[in-house]
Write a protein that binds this ligand. Structure first.
Ligand SMILES: Cc1ncc(C[n+]2csc(CCOP(=O)(O)OP(=O)(O)O)c2C)c(N)n1
Length: 665
């Protein structure tokens, strides 16, 4: 039997469906998500939660004219299915396939790209302001999660909405989860709203009104009723405390006014986010409303898939799984651990010996590995919500009081806190330790998540010590070393599996700014190449050295360890002795480690040619594997060997040539 999903390939088709047909379509979409995503993984839970909401949005609004702006946009898969990308859906997050987030270049229905949290309200408000100026009539609809609402930018936008426009529709998609359970006062506040008996009544009232009112202008009448109902509820809520609620709980119990109403934004909800008719009617109301409005929609992360409902954190985003059971393949015996897990366990051991250490995460306890600390020493663990700027300044505050905070934030998300690093941590020279996971490629997530800029954005900041380990044992040495510093210290390490080396019982204190010479030049041999392999790319440097040696070159391999300060003495020594220098880094070439080597050689008047291997000056797309992207951009033994030979032959290789990752200084 053919499915409605097979017939729906455009939002216009959704509008032609009856409620029953849409309900059936919702089921088919869930099945499609569960089965298609099982092969490569993805954001399963968040998307299963927004099936009805997305259908209702496309029923009530007309993209691309109307604008749907998704916060983070990891929950836009259903939107992709309904906007002409159904036949390519199985390619999502794979090489040359659909991106896992909204992408302007992918579809005219994706009006705004994202991947980082908290941007949607500001972007949507900008669009609304532009629309008002242009005098056009499109609807601007912003869909943001309860955890995105804990982000500072979201509040900066909320503060600005009522002053900027009269027409703005926000959809607060509240599933009570961030990746892990949402934390903080905002989540407590939302919980108060959704559990209040008056709001439970509202849901029933809406259903009753819908069944009684005649067709035609049903939506409008319903909406008016709903608005009155909310007004009444708000007034009553404002006057009373719920039974058992503490008026003095710091938030005034239920006596507090609704945040949105206080900000000049009409609040409507909570609304059952799986009830299609209610959703559609509320959206129709919002559409015709002449003030900014937020609909508070309650959804269930993972709805329709037992395993995802049971394990919401795991199913927020995951790799391949069994579509029946939700089981994920067991780790291969003897497989190396992930960097994040080594980090988490090492931090627990360090915290056990050093009372000044605390761990801080911005809503990423599992992804960063800090969950181990939460479990072992909960009083030394802080989850501050999706609030990277706050996390960094919070750490700065603790550091002024004698603590040694360890801030674990992915390289890409730390970008947001750059000013806090400069103004709060580095300028005051505070001993905050930053552990940056996902430094390098986050391959299937793509450009929003690749951590390819941190060396560049940290190199220019005074007082900073920055390092990159070649393996997990050295990462623990670096963590240990960082705990002995009285300056801001940064450690970058890649996503996923480490090298599988044993970890020493007692970590080693490293000398700051000192590189490790892995292999010196042989006393005899051909032309000399000095290869500086930073972090995880040291392995590539070694492979290149092997290949060159086999071809008669005389190679030295150096593990730089530090990107700031770089080891000037060792770098100068090898550069003077070599016919060519090569640098390798999992980072953009522009301003990265290789650039720092070039600057040093220039200062010293050393003219040895430098071949830099790294990522070109362009945003790198997503891909199925790291290897596929390295292959495409030439981060390979063959390309590196060819480039250094060309340079030794006196050829000039263009810097940042498309799809080549070699620059010659
Ligand atoms: C700046 C930033 N920090 C962290 C993340 C990682 N992250 C992706 S989704 C997510 C949780 C989002 O929760 P919510 O907004 O409630 O949406 P839901 O997944 O529950 O639908 C987090 C923390 C991110 N994308 N951006």
């Amino acid at each position: 039997m053919s499915r409605y999903l097979d017939m729906v390939d455009d939002p216009a088709h959704v509008k032609k469906l009856t409620l029953e047909q849409m309900t059936k379509l919702a089921e088919e979409i869930r099945e499609e998500l569960i089965i298609k995503l099982s092969k490569h993984g993805g954001h399963v839970g968040p998307n299963l939660g927004v099936v009805e909401l997305t259908l209702a949005l496309h029923y009530a609004f007309s993209t691309p004219k109307d604008k749907l702006i998704w916060d983070v946009s990891h929950q836009s898969y259903v939107h992709k299915l309904l906007t002409g990308r159904k036949n390519r859906f199985h390619t999502i997050r794979t090489t040359d396939g659909l991106n896992g987030f909204a992408l302007r270049s992918e579809s005219e229905h994706d009006c705004y790209g994202a991947g980082h949290a908290g941007t949607a309200l500001s972007a949507a408000l900008g669009m609304a302001a532009a629309r008002d100026k242009l005098g056009t009539s499109e609807h601007i609809v912003c869909i943001f999660g309860d955890a995105a609402l804990t982000n500072g930018i979201s509040f900066e936008a909320l503060n600005n909405i009522a002053h900027t426009t009269k027409r703005f529709i926000g959809i607060l998609n509240d599933n009570e989860f961030s990746i892990a359970k949402n934390v903080g006062a905002i989540s407590g506040y939302l919980n108060k709203l959704i559990t209040h008996p008056r709001y439970a009544q509202l849901q029933k009232d809406i259903a009753r009104w819908m069944s009684r009112l005649p067709k035609g202008d049903l939506a409008l009448k319903l909406a008016r009723k709903a608005e009155e109902g909310v007004k009444g509820a708000v007034a009553e809520v404002a006057l009373e405390h719920a039974p058992g609620d503490m008026p003095g709980d710091g938030r005034g119990g239920y006596g507090s006014s609704l945040i949105f109403e206080e900000l000049g934004i009409r609040y409507l909800g909570p609304i059952d986010g799986h009830d299609l008719p209610t959703l559609i009617n509320c959206l129709e109301f919002a559409k015709n409303y002449d003030r900014p409005i937020v609909l508070h929609v309650l959804t269930k992360k993972g709805k329709g898939f037992e395993a995802a409902l049971k394990h919401p954190e795991k199913f927020h985003g995951l790799g391949p799984y069994d579509a029946q059971t939700g089981d994920t393949p067991p780790a291969k015996p003897g497989a190396p651990p992930n960097y994040q897990d080594v980090f988490g366990q090492a931090l627990v051991r360090l915290c056990q010996k050093d009372n000044s250490l605390v761990g801080i995460t911005a809503a990423m306890p599992s992804g960063t590995g800090l969950k181990a600390l939460e479990k072992a020493m909960p009083d030394r663990y802080f989850d501050v919500g999706i609030a990277e700027e706050h996390a960094v300044i919070f750490a700065a505050g603790m550091a002024t009081m004698g603590f040694h905070p360890v801030v674990a934030i992915y390289s890409t998300f730390l970008q947001r806190a750059f000013d806090c690093i400069v103004h709060d941590v580095a300028l005051q020279d505070l001993p905050v330790i930053f552990c940056m996971d996902r430094a390098g490629l986050s391959c299937n997530d793509g450009p929003t998540h690749h951590g390819l800029f941190d060396i560049a954005y940290l190199r220019c900041v005074p007082n900073v010590i920055a390092m990159a380990p070649v393996d997990e044992d050295e990462m623990v040495d670096m963590m240990f070393t960082a705990t002995h510093q009285q300056h801001p210290t940064f450690i970058r390490y890649p996503r996923g599996a480490a090298e599988g080396v044993p970890i020493k019982e007692q970590p080693r204190l490293l000398e700051i700014g000192k590189a490790e010479v892995i292999r010196n030049f042989a006393p005899q041999g051909g032309r000399k190449v000095a290869l500086f392999g930073l972090g995880n790319l040291c392995r590539l440097a070694r492979q290149v050295a092997e290949q060159l040696t086999a071809e008669g070159f005389n190679c030295a391999v150096i593990n730089p360890r530090f990107t700031k300060p770089i080891d000037a003495g060792t770098t100068e020594f090898f550069a003077r002795g070599a016919d060519a220098v090569m640098t390798f880094e999992d980072h953009v070439l522009m301003g990265g480690y290789g650039s720092s080597v070039l600057e040093l050689l220039n200062e010293k008047g050393i003219t040895t040619p430098v071949v830099r291997i790294g990522w070109p000056d362009q945003f790198i797309e997503h891909g199925t594997t790291v290897d596929s992207l390295r292959q495409k951009y030439g981060l390979t033994v063959d390309n590196a060997v060819a480039q250094v030979k060309a340079v030794l032959n006196g050829e000039v290789v263009p810097v940042s040539a498309p799809h080549a990752l070699v620059g010659v200084g």
